[in-house]
Design a protein around this ligand. Structure first.
Ligand code: CAP
Ligand code: MG
Length: 429
């Protein structure tokens, strides 16, 4: 198995154009560290399980090299020639491909990818990002707000649009479809877009604020584009895409379309936890989020820490930094590689999942104001209905912006008071 050792070179100095990957690995019993990482570098670039008579020097020259090992972490450098610029599916088929099924490792997790400038320039990146979205929504400072009508599916179009109107007039900026609401019989996509557009117009008149909708276009790719056009025809600036289930190919097609139609993309990550949750094996949420920033989503879900879904404070803070910063310093032990984003716009982090007004201060303390807060159950459970739930959400945000405690603020804001009495500051599990 010596051919694998050709992919290990601890003296190798990566080129500026190399793609660098950081893996956490656990060799199978009886396999040395060198051989295990040699296999990872080999099988994710241009090697295989035996020596090849077809191997020529010009091919060998572009092989990947494991160049830094420390404990169970290894950095591998991939010459840019190995990749098709501008193709996220090809990148994943390379460094997030077969290697995860190799017998030679018990566990393997890709923690981070550092993209060289040449690769960054080959993707569109976010069209609007934080600055652009704040501009077209005319919300310069405070956290942006959003709600998913609940129950997540089963409502008729009329019921859905009514909840939208109540939430919008209660102070919410964005309505959002749930990840599994698309074009079911009880709530057809086009009818929903049409009726919600009518409600949006009414709500904008009532409030004087701009309102929009993360309408879920996830479907077969051509159908996804057809739905994005429908959303644009009804004047919605955003579309929502379940980026993991639609896949990189689908998302890139949607992003290309949105470049021409000037639409923004809200990225939902449903299914991510099937491969991001196990700290020893799979793909980190950081890798997924960085790729989404590169392809060009404007918003992406990153977790809450205090809500109902997994995601530690360390992970959520790291994701927040990865999405909003221009330059990321290396934190090797934490699984973070340096990254200079070379002007790729910052993506708005979305905090969602079990949030209610009582824990909004915790989230804003963690993320600051550059985020979208999503309350579904935490709004539509308000005893006085959705509009009161929306007002309670805005009141909690206003309390934080005015550096007041929720209890203090609730003295003059009954909608918030009702929710504090109902949920307090408890963290749902
Ligand atoms: C939240 C939600 C979102 C999750 C996604 C849900 O509803 O609509 O899909 O937040 O998870 O279906 O659970 P609630 P993440 O507000 O009622 O909890 O943000 O971690 O990707
Ligand atoms: Mg949902």
């Amino acid at each position: 198995m010596t051919q694998y050792l050709d992919f290990v070179d601890l003296n190798y100095k990566p080129k500026k154009t190399d793609v660098i990957c950081l893996f956490r690995f656990e060799p199978k019993q009886g396999i040395s560290i060198e051989e295990a990482i040699g296999r990872v570098a080999s099988e994710s670039s241009n090697g295989t399980w035996t020596e090849l008579t077809t191997l020529k020097e010009h091919i060998r020259k572009i092989r990947a090299r494991a160049f830094h090992i420390s404990g169970n972490l290894v950095k591998i450098a991939y010459p840019i020639e190995l990749f098709e610029l501008g193709s996220m599916p090809q990148i994943y088929s390379s460094v997030v491909g077969n290697i995860f099924g190799m017998k030679a490792v018990n566990n393997l997790r890709i923690e981070d990818i550092e993209y060289p400038e040449i690769m960054l320039k080959s993707f569109l990146g976010p069209q609007f990002g934080i600055p652009g979205v704040r501009k077209f929504m005319k919300v310069p400072k405070r956290p942006l707000t959003c709600t998913v009508p609940k129950p997540k599916v089963g409502m008729t179009t009329e019921e859905h649009a009514k909840v939208g109107f109540d939430a919008w007039t209660g102070g919410v900026d964005f309505l959002k479809d749930d990840e599994n609401l698309t074009d079911q019989k009880f709530n057809r996509f086009e009818a929903r877009a049409k009726l919600c557009a009518k409600m949006r117009d009414k709500a904008e008149k009532v409030t004087g604020d701009i309102k929009d909708y993360f309408i879920n276009v996830t479907a077969e790719t051509n159908e996804m584009i057809r739905r994005a056009k429908i959303a644009a025809n009804y004047g919605f600036k955003y579309v929502m895409c379940d980026i993991v289930t639609a896949g990189w190919a689908g998302l890139q097609t949607l992003r290309n379309h949105c470049q021409d139609s000037k639409q923004a993309i809200h990225a939902h990550r449903a299914m991510h936890a099937t491969f991001t949750r196990n700290p020893k094996h799979g793909v980190s949420m950081q890798v997924l989020a960085d790729s989404a920033r590169l392809v060009g989503v404007d918003n992406i879900h990153i977790g809450t820490v205090v809500g109902k879904l997994v995601g530690s404070a360390e992970e959520v803070l790291m994701l927040d930094q990865e999405m909003t910063s221009e330059e990321i310093p290396e934190r090797f032990r934490a699984g973070v590689l340096q990254q200079n984003w070379h002007g790729v716009k910052p993506v708005i982090p979305v905090s969602s999942g079990g949030l209610h007004p009582g824990i909004i201060p915790d989230v804003l303390k963690l993320l600051g104001n550059n985020c979208v807060l999503q309350l579904g159950g935490g709004m539509h459970s308000h005893p006085r209905g959705t509009k009161a739930g929306a007002m309670a959400m805005r009141q909690a945000i206003d309390a934080v912006m005015e550096h007041k405690t929720l209890e203090e603020y609730a003295k003059k804001h009954k909608e918030l008071k009702v929710m504090l009495d109902k949920f307090g500051h408890s963290h749902p599990i």
